[in-house]
Design a protein around this ligand. Structure first.
Ligand SMILES: Nc1ncnc2c1ncn2[C@@H]1O[C@H](COP(=O)(O)OP(=O)(O)O)[C@@H](O)[C@H]1O
Ligand SMILES: [Mg+2]
Length: 456
């Protein structure tokens, strides 16, 4: 199994509406602070979510599942993302929407399996022979291109590494120069190079340079102790899906057509059940040898009522298996028909036997004052100014529609303000966009009232 080259395949999240959320905002006793870490109100659900986080951290949650249930716009997705923030970036968190399983190309269960494996982490500890230190010099040595022509090529690269104990100059292969460039290594950075594979890892900027005014995102690390050339415990966090991808072979055989296919779809790889079994075997061996540790993460399935009976059955079985993530579901449905059945009605559209093993967290509609607080938070996050009168108009509108609707009105309201050459959103902007864009409830009402005028 290849581990050296494993790249993270984490899905990027569509979180633009939730960028203000930084955590659950609980105090040290696990009680919700009215407004903290970007969250407002919804105290009971946040406290329950805090307990789930504790259970995950103390490894008491594997194979269990949680359901966030409540009306639209009551913060279910927001709380799930807050859970992810609380868990930190070492615990995998894989978000998906129920409808993602319906694809014309991939089997439903395959989509689920892939996401399952994205949500299971493996922490691999290896002792490796490395060269580590602060980069004091980085010089590519060029020669005339041996193939002729005018270009020059890098024949090797000279790098100086410094630790608290000494310095060493290394002459490296040009392939390592490429990895150095990929990691954007500069003099003054602390890096290590694995002796066997030549893999380069940039750890951060040496804190000797901490006073330079630089990007604030920079991470400063101390000058390494010990020798430049040494044995070092290297920790790598990957997901099972990362391993699947790194070990999958490109599809197709040797003939021209399949080669063409590969050229057109260079990233297309095939992950088979057989491959997954192989990987599980190696993973289990690593775990037995104490080299690796399993880190069950979180699979978040939003709009879970979109799943059908077949995928529910599959999920239920997968939850029983030895290696399973924690699954968090969210839904805004009450009692409804389970998809894929004729007429089996169940709470939240989830089969009873699965429902039976869920911890259910309820989210409740917000008070007007809370809606105003949240809208204000969003406005600040989006860099918008809003008058108190406008805020209160949105608050009032929010109690009649949903929080999500009024949060969404912010951007068009800011635009009308701009059209009227203002930088601050006024009540009239809110009224204007409120009459231009319908919320779901009013739209549905108009549809029923004017049934005969629409096409079927
Ligand atoms: N308690 C809260 N505190 C702060 N922002 C919230 C809260 N609840 C919801 N939001 C924000 O309101 C919007 C709608 O909430 P969302 O989580 O999408 O609702 P749901 O998933 O229940 O339909 C999002 O922008 C979300 O970030
Ligand atoms: Mg949601």
């Amino acid at each position: 199994m290849k581990i050296e080259e494993v790249k993270s395949t984490a899905k990027t999240q569509r979180v633009s509406a939730h960028t203000h959320i930084k955590g659950l905002g609980l105090d040290e006793n696990g009680a919700a602070i009215q407004a903290a870490a970007g969250l407002v109100g919804q105290e009971m659900a946040r406290e329950a979510a805090g307990i789930v986080v504790d259970m995950i951290k103390s490894k008491k949650m594997a194979g269990r599942a949680v359901l966030l249930a409540g009306p639209p716009g009551t913060g279910k997705t927001a709380i799930a993302l807050a859970i992810a923030q609380e868990l930190g970036n070492k615990v995998p968190f894989c978000p998906m929407v129920g409808s993602e399983v319906y694809s014309s190309e991939i089997k439903k269960t395959e989509v689920l399996m892939e996401n399952f494996r994205r949500a299971i982490g493996l922490r691999i500890k290896e002792t490796k022979e490395v060269y580590e230190g602060e980069v004091t010099e980085l010089t590519p040595i060029e020669t005339e291109n041996p193939m002729g022509g005018y270009g020059k090529t890098v024949s090797h690269v000279v790098i100086g590494l410094k630790t608290a104990k000494g310095t060493k100059q290394l002459k490296l292969d040009p392939s390592i120069y490429e990895s150095l460039q990929k990691e954007k290594v500069e003099t003054g950075d602390v890096i290590y190079i694995e002796a066997n594979s030549g893999a380069v890892k940039r750890q951060g900027r040496s804190d000797n340079f901490a006073t330079e005014f630089d990007l604030e995102a920079e991470e400063y690390v101390p000058l390494p102790k010990g020798d430049v050339h040494k044995k070092k415990e290297v920790i790598q966090d990957v997901t099972l899906h990362d391993l699947d991808v790194a070990n999958a072979k490109p599809q197709g055989g040797q003939d021209i057509m399949s080669m063409m296919g590969q050229l057109m779809k260079p990233k297309k790889t095939e992950i088979t059940d057989k491959l997954r079994k192989e990987i599980n075997k190696v993973v289990n061996k690593y775990i037995d040898q104490g080299i690796a540790e399993l880190v069950p993460g979180v699979l978040f399935i939003d709009e879970v009522h979109m799943l059908d009976i077949e995928t529910f059955t599959y999920l239920h079985r997968a939850l029983e298996s030895a290696i399973a993530p924690i699954v968090i579901f969210a839904t805004n449905r009450g009692r409804c028909v389970i998809r894929g059945t004729e007429d089996i009605i169940s709470p939240h559209g989830i089969p009873l036997d699965l429902l039976d093993r869920l911890l259910i967290i309820r989210t409740l509609p917000y008070f007007r004052s809370e809606i105003e607080q949240i809208v204000k938070l969003r406005a600040t996050t989006e860099g918008l100014q809003i008058e108190d009168e406008a805020l209160s108009a949105l608050g009032e509108l929010g109690t009649k529609t949903t929080l999500r609707y009024v949060v969404q009105l912010l951007t068009p309201a800011a635009l009308t303000a701009k059209v009227n050459e203002r930088t601050i959103i006024k009540k009239e902007d809110v009224e204007e966009v409120g009459s231009l864009f319908l919320d779901a409830k009013s739209s549905a009402k108009i549809l029923t009232q004017n049934k005969d005028k629409f096409m079927k």
